[in-house]
Design a protein around this ligand. Sequence first.
Ligand code: NAP
Length: 484
Amino acid sequence: MVSRVIPVDNFDLVIFGGTGDLARRKILPGLFRRFLAGQMPAESRVIAAARSDFDDAGYRAEIEAAIQEFGGPESKDKKGLEAFLGQLHYVAVDATGDGGWDQLKSLMRDGVVKAFYFSVGPSLFGALAERLHKHKIADRSSRLVVEKPFGRDLETAKELNATLAEHFAEDQIYRIDHYLGKETVQNLMAVRFANVLFEPLWNSHYIDHIQITVAETVGVGGRGGYYDKSGAMRDMVQNHLMQLLCLIAMEAPNQFEADAVRDEKLKVIRALQPVDYHHIVRGQYDATESSPSYREDVENPRTHTESFVAMKCHIANWRWAGVPFYLRTGKRLKARGSEINVVFKDLGHSIFEGDEARHRNVLTIRLQPNEGIDLQVTIKEPGPGGMRLIDVPLDMTFAQALGDEAEDVTDAYERLIMDVIRGNQTLFMRGDEVEAAWSWTDPIIEGWTARGDVPKHYDTGSAGPEDSLMLMHRDGRRWREIKG
Ligand code: NAP
């Protein structure tokens, strides 16, 4: 069964940073897949802009190679690829100079959706916004896509918001958090708000605790310079993990509409209590015989930046009073996997004898790998021999439930880009949300600096520092294993 593709209007999409890593690995391969799915109208254009010296033919050759490397099985479609490349153009533009802007202007058309993707470092956002305005390339109907990181603390996020606000209104700005573009994350909202089963139980009366884990097996790779100034808290918790927490914890919006959803997420962030520093564990990975330590990776032998963080936090409202949310994320861990586990409470009274009666329902929302949702339920173990209970997953993995249609699970970037073209901001962070998130994380980071906090070491290939396990054990709980 082929999934339904909603066509979009004709567009001119300008990608500043069109020669960069993100454009090559994600944005252009994603657009190519949307093209093949019939979602990119033939009159639409993608215009890449950066300082490097390319003509259209040279740029197309670069992107052909990038799509062959990163585009998945679809890149074998030679005719499709050729047709897609024909819709690409390149303009040499320096964000901080005035050359190239007239040529860019001459390529832009009236009467189509105009979107500008800032796939460049945030220090260039202001210069780009100003030149788009000065050269009259962007107008009130244009859309602006900006990448993470959105600031490194509240102050810088406010500055960035103010810079963009000089030339663009909030309803023109699309702040990307690609976690929100994942199929399962949106499915989480469908599970919560399109079923009668879950919402009545979705509160402190029935939920014991919630775990959110984003585990990576890779180290910092080539991003050491950036990462060491950032750390897991800024790079992952302030954006991705908090966004997931918001979608789990928010009240039902009155409609599935951008500001209604974002208002509810903002209320969650504002209700997050300050975190007791005893409830946070930071870590740094050690070397193995075959892989370097974090400190070697970032070439900074004295760094105290964390490559792992685990914490327990609370949301101060009626729904979640007393329910801990445990968050953890880290690099060079034993398995790669992102998942949310909603762990329900024990039964008040069990009619079944013995330890085997101690079973719990757990709703697991897996973001990667194998996106899907499963619900752990307790049943009788089949066969004779009395009433023995076992836990089994009610598996809602898309591949099983949806067959061929699941194979068309759209990558987060391509979905989000198409939402920009449709003018749908639901899955993008609003400026006040980002600022509220920094207001919560800043005191944690400042506390570490003030106390001279030193991250705990952990073995590459482990589940993180021992203290992270203790964070759970002290509460009589344990992390659910990430199987990868
Ligand atoms: P990158 O590989 O360093 O690419 C930067 C791009 O900016 C290049 O195309 C570069 O092209 C262009 N550029 C630099 N200075 C310029 C100037 N003065 N005027 C015009 N263009 C200029 O970076 P990236 O990894 O693609 O990341 C881009 C943005 O996405 C960053 O904000 C990053 O934090 C964010 N991001 C990246 C990833 C990822 O996986 N890569 C993930 C999440 C977020 P020229 O040198 O040709 O000018």
